[in-house]
Design a protein around this ligand. Structure first.
Ligand SMILES: *Cc1c(COP(=O)(O)O)cnc(C)c1O
Length: 371
């Protein structure tokens, strides 16, 4: 599904040198590489504060802790997402309120989001799924009207640009109150282990986030609040500094590969190729097709038998997971999510794709439809 080795080989000399330098410096924790990476990412994103942390799940948890969300507070998020989003909400004893998504762009459905708001709602967590932004303009408007925080889960969309109707452009993760991302190796900006970061414009809030991520400590050995221990290693920061310089090129390579898939598969009526929103660029963390009127699992088996990799993101809707059952909700409320879980299939997409490797995949799919 990804080619991390091919990508590494192209920057090997630089990366190896940077890693060796951190080892020789022995500044493994909070070394200068971490600070430099944070400020370079601030510049790239056009946001005042980037606070590195240990992984994307921690980023979401720290964001909710820093906003002082209290047990019982309701947090609305999409039903069709990776589990981490809902997990941290539940972990903090907040109440995850799941909402269905749009059938074409897979982002949170705005009408259903509106009807899910109650007097206990405190925050919305839009997920920029597969690489393009949710409908942030509408979400920000709703949040203002109801006085809610917006925590963007931008683990899959770092580098994507969102355009408001007045023409203003912002980077994914810098639009809401707080943005959260992951540097898991296979993400668009991935390190060589775990990593994550939190973005925010407000300096006071950034201070609180830094404090929560560092044992709730304001000055050394003074603990104002209960926090966590969540840090990005200096070695990972050194690698991320190098990869950040390539991020736009990486995202462009993904887009080129996605466009090639879409043009080659356009003639197959039983497949819907990804729909790109007119408000967001798409950085194609995943290239996800939707099957129409065919047995998705038969296609999956057919490709797997021919050693063509493919994956199902995600096979089980969150509200069917034992841990995230929704009271008073029925399958009718999540019709789109259920349909997607049954019909989506993701193809390999990464920065090192060649026409030859894509042609093998495309021909495999065409062969299935010739049967
Ligand atoms: C990867 C991912 C996360 C979690 O990131 P980790 O670094 O693995 O903790 C959260 N949300 C989404 C949408 C993701 O894709």
């Amino acid at each position: 599904m990804v080619d991390l080795k091919g990508q590494y080989e192209k920057i090997q000399k630089e990366v190896d040198e940077a890693v060796i330098n951190v080892i020789r410096s022995t500044a493994f924790i909070n070394g200068p590489e971490v600070k430099s990476f944070a400020s370079e990412l601030e510049n790239y994103l056009g946001v005042k504060n980037v606070i590195p942390c240990a992984n994307g799940t921690d980023a979401l948890q720290i964001a909710m802790m820093a906003l002082d969300l209290q047990p019982g507070d309701e947090v609305i998020t999409a039903c069709f997402t990776y589990v981490a989003t809902a997990e941290v909400i539940a972990l903090l004893k907040l109440k995850p309120v799941l909402v269905d998504v749009n059938p074409d762009t897979f982002d949170i459905d705005i009408d259903q989001l509106k009807s899910a708001i109650t007097s206990k709602t405190k925050a919305i967590v839009p997920v920029h799924l597969f690489g393009q932004c949710a409908n942030m303009e509408a979400i920000i408007e709703i949040a203002k009207e109801h006085n809610l925080y917006v925590i963007e889960d931008t683990a899959q969309a770092i580098g994507a640009d969102y355009t408001f109707s007045n023409g203003t452009k912002k980077k994914a993760g810098t639009i809401g109150t707080i943005g959260c991302t992951s540097f898991f190796p296979s993400k668009n900006l991935g390190c060589f282990g775990d990593g994550g970061a939190i973005f925010c414009e407000d300096d006071e809030l950034a201070k609180k986030i830094r404090m929560v991520a560092n044992h709730g400590q304001s000055v050394q050995y003074v603990h104002n609040t209960v926090g966590v221990n969540s840090r990005l290693d200096s070695i990972q920061a050194a690698i991320l500094r190098i990869k950040l310089r390539h991020l736009d090129t990486y995202n462009e390579a993904r887009l080129v590969a996605a466009n090639y898939y879409s043009s080659e598969l356009a003639g197959i009526n039983e497949l819907q190729t990804p729909v790109i929103s007119d408000k967001s660029t798409h950085v194609f963390h995943q290239y996800t097709l939707k099957c129409k009127g065919i047995d998705r699992d038969a296609l999956r088996t057919f490709l797997t038998e021919r050693e063509i990799p493919c994956m199902i993101y995600y096979p089980i809707p969150l509200h069917h997971q034992e841990a995230y059952k929704q009271e008073n909700a029925s399958d009718k409320d999540f019709a789109v999510t259920l349909d997607l879980c049954k019909n989506v299939i993701s193809l390999p997409i990464h920065t090192e794709m060649t026409r030859e490797s894509q042609d093998i995949i495309i021909n495999g799919i065409k062969e299935f439809f010739k049967k």
